[in-house]
Design a protein around this ligand. Structure first.
Ligand code: HEC
Length: 618
């Protein structure tokens, strides 16, 4: 058996990929935990509900994304107190360590509570109130608002650094509002930080890791923030105190997750819903698959459902048998792991979808979808890649559950941008893991142009998204190896593309500066941000670079893996690969960057770094 397990471990590490797909290694990772003492207790006290059989109970592979500390507190003071009531603390600890693969013993240095802070002040500048910076998802911050442009780069100084407690990845994009910084974390804590010193004005404990950004709203009497966690819970919390107003489970499926950021607009929160069921299929006896992607709209004041629209309309059922005679269920998949963009003028929202997880493939996978804001009704679908059904069993040599389509696994991971162009009017533009950028008419979904910018791959191509200023699109390319061979060479780096024609204006490819370091790669997975006259992109080699928007020249760079940073928590903070949807964000002369992507073969890190600019020179 061991040679097979080792073989699987090696292969899976070669093809890990985000979002749903990269998390696929959980069942494999599990194998290394099977000898831990918590296994027997887990099977006795927890397995009946957490092996995927019970709606609403997160699958153990989802719980594996939690830190040992948050699993432990679910049993001691959270929702699992009753279920764990006849276990000793030692047994609870063993279960937490068994499920997470981590160790509970380490003392975590917390972010210190503020002794002095002005607290939440309504009417202060809000930046990143939604993940996309504006509703169009352009991720453009003017130099006035950022208090920062290319002339500030020479003398950026560290204002503070935080080693995010108990974290090996930093994936929640911070938001500025009410004079505070809001950010989620790997440990499940959500913080309101004072931008001057980084101290915590308040801390809120979510159930699981928070990878979304924090939406900030001052529309109502009570200012609120909103976010989701990896267990598919969504929260509405008071901005000034951190007090919970409402919490909902956005989807009943045991493998449901929220990693794309919800978008708040007009009183409603629009929530993209994804899942990691794609990884369960690695078990040949698993009846693959039953999850389907959706967007859920809820009332921001109460969390009550306004509408929910699934990305797959066909009825689900048994569609055949897998190679060892186990039922195949479908269609499934077309998950949504990007943040909706909104076209106010035409009352629509847009998302991109992932592949199908079982046969048959549908017309809505790897697609851009427009929905009516009021009803959720689907207005149009633009499918970029047809017949893409894939799950983690494919390519592993144990392919009982691999659909006949067998990939290519080309999700839309990055979000859509709505851009008004002089040549074509409003376009919806998005990058795909295939390496292509597509532009379609926002009213009809009709294709206007398609450009191949990267070679493509299971981790992109374009992974977590693009940005835009005026009529130029900025396209980061990952092109990380994924164990497959492609006809074209890889192009890790940054590009600018003309939004009217799709022509590439410039490309700045990265040298490989990894020097053989494990989990290091020159490509860009993390979403990028335009600040004034530059675009900022953090790469998987741990280096963040600023490129001039008109010619792509690298104006500045910072290698976050070179030094440790002394954290206000008293620990040392260290950077790793930049990854996920936590792109750079800036307000009022303060630039925040998030470095560390300890997951699926990227360099871990725990660094939230605040860099301050001197005044911009005219
Ligand atoms: C009778 C079924 C059942 C049993 C037994 C059970 N759970 Fe749960 N568990 C659930 C359900 C349902 C939820 C979702 C609860 C919710 O969202 O309110 C859940 C949620 C959780 C969560 C997420 C916590 C959170 O804050 O959302 C963890 C962690 C967890 N369970 C661990 C365990 C462990 C460890 C055991 C064994 C000691 C266990 N569970 C036993 C049904 C069960």
């Amino acid at each position: 058996m061991w040679p097979l397990i080792l073989f699987l471990l090696i292969i899976v590490s070669g093809c890990e990929h985000e979002e749903l797909n990269s998390s696929n290694s959980q069942p494999i990772q599990r194998l290394s935990q099977e000898s831990l003492p918590g296994k027997a207790e887990y099977e006795r006290a927890c397995a009946t509900c957490h092996d995927g059989s019970l709606k609403k109970a997160p699958h153990r592979d989802m719980i594996a994304l939690m830190t040992p500390g948050s699993i432990f507190s679910a049993m001691t003071k959270g929702v699992m107190q009753t279920q764990a009531s006849n276990l000793s603390d030692k047994e609870r600890q063993q279960i937490a360590e068994y499920l997470s693969g981590g160790s509970l013993g380490q003392t975590v240095k917390k972010i210190p509570a503020c002794q002095e802070s002005k607290g939440y002040r309504e009417g202060s500048q809000i930046v990143g109130s939604n993940w996309g910076v504006d509703l169009n998802n352009t991720r453009y911050i003017s130099s006035d608002i950022a208090g920062l442009d290319s002339t500030s780069l020479g003398d950026l100084a560290i204002r503070w650094a935080i080693a995010m407690p108990g974290s090996t990845r930093v994936r929640s994009q911070p938001a500025f509002g009410g004079g505070l910084v809001f950010v989620g974390s790997h440990s499940g804590s959500v913080y309101a930080l004072d931008p001057d010193t980084g101290c915590a004005v308040w801390e809120f404990a979510a159930s699981g890791e928070v990878r979304t950004s924090i939406s900030v709203s001052e529309e109502n009497k009570q200012p609120m923030i909103y976010f989701g966690d990896v267990l598919a819970n969504v929260y509405g919390v008071k901005s000034d105190t951190g007090e919970l107003v409402w919490k909902i489970k956005a989807d009943d499926h045991p493998n449901a997750t929220i990693t794309g950021s919800p978008t708040f607009y007009g009183g409603n929160l629009y929530i993209p819903i994804s899942s990691l069921e794609v990884s369960n299929a690695i078990d040949p006896y698993y009846e693959c698959c039953t999850f389907r992607g959706s967007v859920l709209a809820v009332d921001g004041l109460t969390g009550k459902e306004v509408w929910k629209t699934y990305t797959i309309v066909e009825k689900a059922g048994v569609t055949g048998k897998n190679k060892i005679g186990v039922d195949v269920i479908g269609p499934s998949g077309a998950v949504v792991w990007n943040s909706p963009s909104i076209d106010k003028n035409n009352n629509q929202l847009f998302v991109g979808t992932g592949e199908n997880m079982s046969s048959p493939a549908t017309g809505t996978s790897d697609a851009l979808i427009a929905m009516d804001l009021n009803t959720g009704e689907i207005n149009w679908v633009f499918q970029a890649t047809e017949n893409d059904a894939w799950n983690v069993s494919c390519g592993l040599g144990a392919e009982e559950n691999c659909p006949v389509e067998n990939g290519p696994d080309f999700d839309f991971g990055g979000a859509t941008i709505v851009l008004d162009t002089s040549a074509h009017g409003p376009l919806v533009i998005a990058g795909q893991k295939s390496g292509f950028v597509h532009a379609v008419k926002s009213i009809t979904g009709e294709l206007v142009w398609q450009t191949r910018v990267g070679r493509g791959g299971i981790q992109g191509g374009i992974h977590f998204g693009i940005a835009a200023r005026d009529e130029t699109i900025f396209v980061p390319i990952s092109d990380m190896e994924d164990g497959k061979s492609y006809p074209d060479p890889d192009r890790p780096g940054m590009n600018a593309v003309d939004a009217n024609t799709g022509k590439i204006i410039w490309s700045t490819l990265h040298d490989n500066r990894c020097g053989g370091r494990e989990f290091c790669h020159p490509g860009i997975s993390q979403v990028v941000t335009v600040i004034g006259d530059m675009v900022l992109g953090g790469a998987m080699d741990g280096i963040i670079r600023a490129y001039a928007i008109d010619n792509g020249k690298i104006l500045w760079e910072l290698d976050t893996t070179k030094n440790e940073y002394s954290s206000i928590t008293g620990a040392m903070a260290f950077g790793g690969s930049f990854g996920g949807a936590a792109g750079p964000i800036a307000s009022d002369g303060l630039l925040l960057i998030s470095s560390g992507y300890g997951l699926y073969n990227h360099m871990p890190g725990n660094l939230l770094l605040a860099l301050e600019a001197r005044e911009i020179s005219d």
